[in-house]
Write a protein that binds this ligand. Structure first.
Ligand SMILES: O=C(O)CCC(=O)C(=O)O
Ligand SMILES: [Fe+2]
Length: 277
């Protein structure tokens, strides 16, 4: 990669991406590129139809109109972060997600399979699989996350081992963590809001203070850290190094943003690559 190239996503079909960068995961880890975007990885018409199905079957709803009527992210799937303190409940919930996903996509292509197969094609030398514990119990494979008005993520990084220190989970064995995110529905886009932002900032101790003080965005501006916003259409799938600082500026407008997302555990010298959510 030439040093003079702007820090911008490598995108296109999987073949087009691999022509430009032979080891995309390494290029992301080294901050040579922010992410790869597989355009039209999944049919956008299937995203729309599945979104309707999620509402019809009650998996998706406006959190301000249901239950406690408080704003929160609506998830379809299992989140390790939410269940980490209760591994038994986590594996039981994960099993429920596998059962749900077995029938949820009937009549359409399976977006979780698309996500896994796409990663497998990017790293053909590895075995891409659902994360599992030593007894074979599976983690949730992927999760639909729906962000309504006011929801998002402030700048952060994700690492089960380095940040969350969840050494009791098998995924902590991997040296690196990535994320795969497929757009299912965009919010009304207003400038800066509603779509993911990546900073050219693999986590380092200097960032702790601005992150905890919730002023990383200002810090990045002051110190000249590059940032890119990732513009996606339904069916586009992007991969990034989740140990680099990233955010999802809070959603505006009536229409929620919905994505399908998995984390990825990867080590250079480990033939297996685990995915979970
Ligand atoms: O939804 C996104 O674009 C990124 C969400 C996020 O922070 C993650 O997957 O780690
Ligand atoms: Fe994240």
């Amino acid at each position: 990669m030439s040093q003079t190239t702007a820090w911008s996503p490598v995108e296109g079909t999987i073949d087009e991406i691999l022509e430009q960068v032979s080891d995309p995961l390494e290029a992301m880890r080294n901050s040579e590129i922010p992410c790869v975007i597989i355009r039209n990885a999944f049919p956008s018409a299937h995203c729309e139809a599945l979104m309707e199905r999620f509402y019809e079957r009650g998996h998706l709803y406006d959190p301000r109109e249901v239950g406690e009527r408080t704003l929160h992210r609506v998830d379809i799937g299992t989140s390790l972060g939410k269940h980490a303190n209760d591994p038994e409940a986590f594996y039981a919930h994960s099993q429920g997600t596998h059962e749900l996903f077995n029938t949820l996509f009937e009549g359409y292509e399976d977006p979780v399979a698309t996500l896994y197969e796409s990663l497998q094609r990017l790293i053909p030398e590895k075995q891409v699989m659902v994360a599992r514990d030593p007894d074979g119990r599976l983690y949730g494979p992927s999760i639909f996350r729906t962000y309504h008005y006011g929801a998002g993520h402030t700048p952060h990084y994700d690492s089960v081992s380095k940040r969350s220190k969840r050494y009791n989970f098998s995924v902590s064995r991997f040296r690196h963590q990535y994320a795969a995110v497929m757009c299912f529905q965009n919010s009304e886009q207003r400038g800066d809001t509603g779509e993911g932002v990546l900073y050219r900032a693999p986590m380092c101790p200097d960032f702790e203070k601005p992150l905890t003080e919730k002023r990383f965005r200002e810090y990045a501006e002051e110190t000249g850290i590059e940032r890119v916003q990732v513009h996606l259409e339904p069916g586009d799938l992007y991969f990034f190094y989740s140990e680099t600082i990233h955010e999802v500026p809070f959603i505006e407008g009536k229409k929620p943003r919905c994505v399908l997302a998995s984390f990825i555990g990867y080590s250079e010298d480990d033939p297996e690559v685990y995915l979970w959510s």
